[in-house]
Design a protein around this ligand. Structure first.
Ligand SMILES: Cc1cc2nc3c(=O)[nH]c(=O)nc-3n(C[C@H](O)[C@H](O)[C@H](O)COP(=O)(O)OP(=O)(O)OC[C@H]3O[C@@H](n4cnc5c(N)ncnc54)[C@H](O)[C@@H]3O)c2cc1C
Ligand SMILES: Cc1cc2nc3c(=O)[nH]c(=O)nc-3n(C[C@H](O)[C@H](O)[C@H](O)COP(=O)(O)O)c2cc1C
Length: 551
């Protein structure tokens, strides 16, 4: 709270205190960063400011799976550079805790995956840090920025554990940890600026001119880049249901024109898609809260808010969504009360199933409509059903590039690859094969695909057959789970082919896994451990020859 001595009239102090008392920790962090930046941006520019005498070292250590923490690390590095820090960025995948011991200033930026797990590329660092023989971190000054998703029970678990462990090992926390939900950009940016300001003040090195510099002005390259807040509107040029009419799943091939967008994607990248909510669900939410005649609110709920995920402290029987809580309460709400319960609508990501070298300024996506029933109500995945049911050729999808530099074809075109991609997990491998075909890469390619029924669910069957015929695809194994009495999955296929798999790995093959994280990736991992041995699989992961993109 502002003290009475704050440089404001008493009336304004009361108003500000009223506002501040109603804010969350996250909002206060954002506000402090915003005000600091505002001040810096409006301060008179120093003329001939002396260069800093000594540049304080700063290490930005990130743990990422899908690149968000990595991108934030880069943002932090740029902000720190402007403040005069000598900043470097380290990926936990390439770092040991021993390398952190003795480092003065560390910003840790870490996401959480699985069910409260560290990103897979950070598991060695995480394990070493948690081990009994972890090095002491006395003298290390640090702060943690955690990324997560409030829909998960263990929200921001990895960041929380890193924060606690750094402190337990003797490091000094210089700023409270921030835990960011999917709409992390603004709070994370403000936290970075505020934390750098704190670090700098503590180091007693205020530079001439602005103490904190928030970079509101973006470079031309960044302005040209499409993002979740500024997506490209890509025209749908094909919209084809790949699942057969009698299939129990509903999977769509979508072609988008990227003409004029300058989106230079690589095989392995995804597109972010900014969806729209189901208008029937929006109406149900408005009805349940007595806000049915509020048209402007209806428009905002359609496009801006997550109207399914429960993220607050309301009671949450398994499978409940926002509408269940609202209908159970049947309580009129004001617009502000309703919006306070909803988080911003997050984009969804879809692996790009094509190579620009093969198809030019387009991108292909493979989207499986997510539908299930819970508590007597049919539920539809926001984005996937938006694409499958409500979009058609000629419509526009709001998209932006989500690069994945950790899921790339080998640099060596001769290196064999083994691609394990059941269901929509096959999408990036279509991009891989188009790319290898287009550049004439001679390495052998083995695809392991799986789904429910051969007749109805063999996604991109003609593509694979053509690639096989032309010798681009060396080997194709399939597992259709429902075509025989006992369930058969890709891991069973791998086990049956274990001798050949061994031989391919001996020949230098890289193994890729894409698709379902909950069951498939774990079962495949266990089977690969059984075939190759745990240590050998770990060694492949460290060499960048066992890569996963699972969701
Ligand atoms: C890097 C990456 C790449 C991806 N690539 C692809 C791709 O190529 N193709 C593709 O189709 N998807 C892909 N996905 C997944 C995609 O981003 C979406 O998560 C998916 O389409 C579901 O989004 P939605 O908005 O339709 O569903 P949402 O509205 O987000 O609903 C999904 C949620 O519903 C709940 N749910 C779903 N089924 C059930 C059930 N049976 N019982 C109880 N609860 C259930 C779960 O909580 C689930 O998280 C990818 C994800 C990532 C992170
Ligand atoms: C399959 C999957 C599992 C996830 N599990 C968790 C979780 O257990 N807890 C959490 O807070 N966030 C979880 N998340 C959300 C991520 O942490 C969040 O998307 C984050 O921004 C990713 O950052 P990164 O790109 O740096 O890895 C999960 C996301 C996915 C796709």
């Amino acid at each position: 709270m502002l003290p009475e001595t704050a440089p404001f009239p008493a009336e304004q102090i009361a108003t500000l205190n009223r506002i501040i008392s109603g804010t969350s920790a996250e909002q206060r962090t954002w506000l402090s960063g915003f005000l600091a930046g505002f001040q810096a941006a409006n301060a008179p520019q120093p003329t001939g400011a002396a260069p800093p005498a000594r540049r304080a070292p700063l290490t930005i250590l990130f743990a990422t799976e899908s690149g968000n923490a990595e991108a934030l690390a880069d943002t932090a590095r740029k902000a720190a550079g402007k403040l005069g820090f000598a900043a470097r960025v380290l990926d936990m995948a390439d770092t040991t805790p021993a390398q952190v011991a003795g480092v003065q200033n560390v910003l840790v930026i870490a996401s959480t995956w699985g069910e409260g797990d560290p990103p897979q590329r950070a598991i060695d660092f995480h394990a070493a840090l948690m081990a009994d023989d972890a090095p002491r971190l006395d003298g290390v000054r640090y702060a943690v920025l955690a990324l997560g998703d409030r829909a998960y029970a263990k929200f921001c678990e990895t960041g929380r554990l890193f924060d606690e462990r750094f402190a337990a090992l003797g490091a000094t926390r210089v700023a409270e940890r921030i835990e960011c939900d999917l709409d992390y950009e603004a709070p994370a940016g403000a936290w970075i600026d505020a934390t750098l300001g704190t670090l700098q003040a503590e180091l007693g090195e205020p530079e001439a001119g602005a103490v904190i510099h928030v970079d509101f002005a973006r470079s031309p390259a960044e302005v040209a880049a499409w993002s979740r807040s500024r997506p490209f509107e890509a025209e749908v040029t094909e919209h084809i249901r790949l699942s057969g009419s009698r299939s129990t799943s509903d999977t769509w091939h979508v072609e988008l024109s990227l003409e004029g967008a300058g989106i230079a994607y690589e095989p392995g990248d995804s597109l972010g898609f900014v969806p729209m909510n189901d208008s029937a669900l929006v109406d149900a939410v408005l009805d349940a809260t007595g806000l049915a005649d509020n048209e402007p609110l209806r428009a905002r709920l359609l496009e801006q808010f997550d109207i399914t995920t429960l993220t607050g402290s309301e009671p949450r029987p398994d499978g409940w969504q926002v509408i269940d809580v609202l209908e159970a309460a049947r309580q009129p709400l004001t617009e502000a009360q309703l919006l306070a319960r909803l988080r911003p609508l997050a984009p969804r990501y879809y692996s790009i199933a094509s190579s620009r070298k093969a198809i030019g300024d387009q991108a292909h996506l493979l989207v499986a409509a997510v539908r299930h029933e819970a508590h007597g109500r049919a539920r539809s995945g926001v984005a996937s059903v938006d694409v499958a049911e409500r979009r058609k050729v000629g419509d526009r999808l709001k998209v932006f590039l989500k690069p994945n530099t950790h899921f790339r074809l080998p640099n060596d075109p001769e290196r064999p690859v083994i691609m394990i991609g059941p269901g929509t997990g096959v999408a990036p491998f279509r991009a891989f094969m188009q790319e290898r075909d287009a550049v004439g890469a001679r390495g052998r390619n083995w695809l392991v695909f799986g789904h429910r029924n051969y007749t109805h669910d063999f996604l991109y069957q003609l593509d694979w057959q053509d690639l096989l015929k032309r010798g681009v695809l060396t080997r194709l194994d399939v597992a259709f789970s429902r075509d025989q009495p006992e369930k058969r999955y890709v891991q069973h296929t791998l086990w049956d082919a274990r001798r050949e798999l061994h031989a391919w790995v001996q020949d230098g093959a890289a193994i890729y896994v894409c698709g379902d994280a909950n069951a498939m990736a774990k079962d495949v991992h266990t089977t690969l451990q059984q075939i190759l041995g745990e240590a050998a699989l770990d060694a492949l992961r460290r060499e960048g020859r066992y890569l996963r993109d699972v969701y």
